[in-house]
Write a protein that binds this ligand. Structure first.
Ligand code: ADE
Length: 251
C-alpha cells in the first residue's frame, strides 16, 4: 500500500513513520510512505502557501496553486491514488471506512490548515473528505495519522497475525472481550478461571459473553443496531432471568 501525505509540516510525520507497527510495515515493504511538503510547490522567495479570503473575514485560506501542484505530483507517482482531504467537514471516519480504505493501493492524504482549502482545489482534485470527529484540530495532520494507522493495521501481513485485526472491537459490531495476562492474581483480583482451564469452547463462550457485557455497558448504542445470533440471544435471556430474580428478591 502507498500513502502520500501532503502537508506544510512534513516533520510531524517523522515519528509516525519510525515507530512500532508503521515502521515495521515500511521495513517489510507492506507500506510505502512519504510526507510531501506543499511549500516545495509554492512560488517566490517566501514560498507562501496561504492567502487572505476573498470577501474578507478572519483566517487564511490555502492557496490553490501550490496545493494543486503538490496533488498533481503525487498523482504522477500514484496515478490510481484516491485523494482524501482531512477536514472537520468530511464524512465521519470509523472502522468500516478503515476497512473500505484498506482495499486501496494508493491513497493521497491532503492535510488542510488555516480556514481550509480554496474551493476550486476541492472541486477539481479531491475525491473524498474525511473527519475524525466533531471537533476542530489546528490542521489535518493528526487526523491523517489516525486514519493511516487504522487502515494500515488491516492490510494482510502488517500485524503479523491476520487474526488479530479480525477480532478487533467494531469489526463485528461489538466491542472486544476483556483481556488478561500474567500474573494469575493482581492486587487481589484473579483471572477468570475459565481462561486458565484450557477448554477452548468454554473460553470462546466466555469471550462472547464478555464482549456483549462490555458493549452493553460502554456502548449501548451499538446494541440497538445489532441482529443478535442465537448464542447472543441465549446470553441476553440468561441476564434477563437473572435481573428478574434480582428485582423479584427486592420487591
Ligand atoms: N482538520 C481539522 N479538524 C479535523 C477533524 N476533526 N478531522 C479531520 N481533519 C481535521
Amino acid at each position: 500500500m502507498n500513502f502520500s501525505v501532503l502537508t506544510i509540516f512534513p516533520g510531524m510525520f517523522d515519528d509516525f513513520a519510525s515507530h512500532g507497527i508503521i515502521r515495521r510495515a515500511i521495513e517489510s515493504g507492506c507500506l510505502r510512505f512519504g510526507a510531501v511538503d506543499i511549500r516545495d510547490f509554492a512560488e517566490g522567495r517566501h514560498r507562501v502557501t496561504d492567502d487572505r479570503p476573498y470577501g474578507g473575514g478572519s483566517g487564511m485560506v490555502m492557496k490553490p496553486e501550490p496545493l494543486a501542484a503538490a496533488i498533481k505530483a503525487a498523482k504522477d507517482i500514484n496515478p490510481e491514488g484516491k485523494t482524501i482531504l482531512m477536514s472537520p467537514q468530511g464524512r465521519r471516519f470509523d472502522q468500516s471506512e478503515a476497512q473500505a480504505l484498506a482495499s486501496f493501493r494508493d491513497i493521497v492524504f491532503v492535510c488542510g490548515r488555516y480556514e481550509g482549502v480554496d474551493e476550486r482545489v476541492y472541486e477539481n482534485y479531491i475525491d473524498d473528505e474525511l473527519s475524525i470527529g466533531d471537533y476542530v484540530l489546528t490542521g489535518g495532520e493528526l487526523a491523517a495519522m489516525v486514519v493511516m494507522d487504522a487502515v494500515i493495521r488491516l492490510v494482510p501481513g502488517v500485524l503479523g497475525n491476520e487474526n488479530s485485526s479480525a477480532s478487533d472491537s467494531f469489526s463485528d459490531g461489538l466491542l472486544e472481550h476483556a483481556h488478561y495476562t500474567r500474573p494469575d492474581v493482581f492486587e487481589g483480583k484473579s483471572v477468570p478461571e475459565v481462561l486458565l482451564s484450557g477448554h477452548h469452547e468454554n473460553i470462546e463462550d466466555w469471550r462472547t459473553e464478555s464482549a456483549l457485557i462490555r458493549t452493553f455497558l460502554k456502548r449501548p448504542d451499538l446494541m440497538l443496531e445489532r441482529h443478535f445470533s442465537e448464542q447472543e440471544k441465549q446470553i441476553l435471556q440468561k441476564w434477563q432471568r437473572y435481573l428478574e430474580t434480582l428485582i423479584g428478591d427486592n420487591s
